[in-house]
Design a protein around this ligand. Structure first.
Ligand SMILES: NC(=O)c1ccc[n+]([C@@H]2O[C@H](COP(=O)([O-])OP(=O)(O)OC[C@H]3O[C@@H](n4cnc5c(N)ncnc54)[C@H](O)[C@@H]3O)[C@@H](O)[C@H]2O)c1
Length: 460
């Protein structure tokens, strides 16, 4: 019988996977790698995270993570304690793991091109330690053909093994959203684009037993690579549509959320119209770069695509637009922003996460800082060190101190903690006729007004 999972019959793989008798190595233990590794370990699998960052490895082995995903710290500490999860910088551990999942980063270059250096380095290191029977699954977001034309040849050259003969290879995009990644990992179907049928079947077996989710098998890795980009272009464009509707509704004095809720009841073909939420901006590691990947891809093929550029351009206007709303609102109260006391609530790029990577809140805070206004910044989800990537102003530890005597409350992340404190308590602390700018449309305008604030949302 061959070693490993690849090359075995479907029934053998099924038995191995069902019994969790194969280890899983996750290469790249950052945001996504840690979530995948911890969830798989929690479902009973022996998981080894491999990362080039020694500090990340040490942290994990102490049962800790700084990845600010709700529920993740507990999963990491529980599973490290029982010995199902560990981390290392040594790729030699691949020998003990049949499945190799690669989740290294793919940042954006200065010309908006994808940087695939980490993919290349990971491919080489994996190749140098690959054994016959391994199934390698790339999950990083990459342009079409990366798995087959970049990742595969490097692994084959470094290992002397052949994909589809000695080892299996597939691309499975990661589509979970931060803030709900743990739940989505065990509920969203996984797209599988493999180099051959045996790799596809081994992947689908793994996902079915490991995460309890269905696989959507597409023709090849390049199709699966395109699926991820299509998803993110759709999301960014849809939010851009919501944001432009919000700007229109602001001018017209219409509540954009009522418009969107009602518009979304219309069925088109088999689905409802599904306009997403307008907000003060789009941030994070995916939506800010993946449309640019698509734009770059179009240019490399001689195509001038309008959509990715448009969605990015529209969404990038939102922080300045939000700042403009605040200036106007304060002026209506007879106040100038420069002499006001402003409390910014939430600087993470998304509600209920502490991730500040490429957060649009940074632009609003920078505009406020330039005015010389008195600024307090509070975010219960963001670590002090992460906050420094947004502003040099130290975070105010509690919401009450941040809000005290404020002329404006500016909600840039709609964290659940902000909803747990009674609005009347905040209104009591704040200055008279305090403006409440809800940059995430996460509050009920009537309730905010009833508490005594002057409310404004994005498009409402
Ligand atoms: N963050 C998200 O919400 C999200 C969602 C879906 C898809 N993705 C995609 O998943 C990928 C990873 O994203 P992330 O947010 O986890 O990035 P990240 O920067 O948090 O993590 C990447 C990790 O890879 C490690 N690394 C880099 N080179 C390495 C190498 N040669 N060997 C081993 N480890 C190496 C880094 O040290 C880092 O810990 C990206 O392609 C991203 O586009 C991210």
């Amino acid at each position: 019988m061959p070693e490993g999972v690849f090359g075995r019959s479907d029934a053998e793989i099924d038995v191995l996977v069902r019994g969790m008798r194969s280890g899983i190595a996750v290469v790249g233990f950052g945001y996504i790698g840690t979530v995948i590794g911890a969830v798989l370990a929690d479902r009973g699998w022996p998981v080894t995270g491999i990362d080039v960052r020694q500090n990340v490895v040490e942290e994990i082995n102490l049962g800790k993570t700084t990845v600010p995903e709700p529920g993740l710290s507990e999963l990491v500490s529980d599973n490290v304690r029982v010995g199902r999860l560990r981390a290392t910088t040594d790729f030699g551990v691949l020998a003990e793991n049949d499945f190799v999942i690669v989740t290294v980063g793919t940042p954006l270059g200065s010309d908006f091109e994808p940087i695939v250096d980490d993919i290349k380095a990971a491919a080489r290191a994996v190749g140098e330690h690959l054994h016959p029977g391994h199934l390698v699954i790339l999950k990083s977001t990459v342009p079409p053909d990366t798995t087959e034309k970049l990742f595969r040849p490097i692994i084959e050259e470094a290992s002397g093994l052949r994909a589809g003969v000695d080892f299996g290879l597939a691309f499975c995009p990661e589509r979970v959203a931060e803030g709900q990644a743990i739940r989505e990992l065990t509920s969203l179907p996984i797209v599988v684009g493999a180099i051959d049928e045996r790799s596809a079947r081994a992947c689908a077996t793994l996902w079915r037993h490991a995460l309890g989710v269905d696989s959507v098998v597409v023709d090849d890795p390049r199709t699966a690579e395109m699926v991820k980009l299509a998803d993110n272009v759709w999301i960014d464009l849809n939010i851009a549509l919501a944001n432009e509707l919000a700007k229109l509704c602001d001018r017209l004095g219409i509540d954009v959320l009522q418009v969107i809720d009602a518009a979304n009841t219309m069925t088109k073909v088999n689905h409802n119209v599904n306009i997403l939420m307008p907000s003060m901006g789009v941030g994070g590691y995916c939506l800010t770069k993946d449309p640019w990947f698509v734009n770059h891809l179009g240019q490399s093929l001689g195509l001038e695509l309008a959509i990715p550029r448009t969605s990015r351009t529209v969404n990038e206007t939102m922080p300045a637009y939000t700042y403009g709303l605040l200036r106007q609102l304060l002026a209506e109260q007879g106040k100038a922003i420069e002499t006001s006391r402003i409390a910014v609530l939430g600087i993470a790029f998304k509600s209920n996460t502490g991730d500040c990577r490429l957060t649009p809140t940074k632009h609003v805070v920078a505009l406020l800082e330039q005015t010389g206004c008195e600024l307090a910044v509070h975010d219960p989800w963001v670590a002090d060190e992460e906050a420094l990537t947004v502003t040099k102003i130290p975070l105010t530890a509690n919401i009450e101190s941040a809000v005290e005597d404020a002329d404006a409350l500016v909600v840039l992340a709609g964290h659940r903690e902000f909803h747990q404190i009674p609005l009347v308590r905040l209104a009591d602390l704040a200055a008279a006729s305090c403006v409440f700018l809800d940059g995430r449309n996460s509050f009920d305008p009537a309730a905010v007004r009833a508490a005594g604030f002057v409310y404004k949302g994005i498009g409402r």
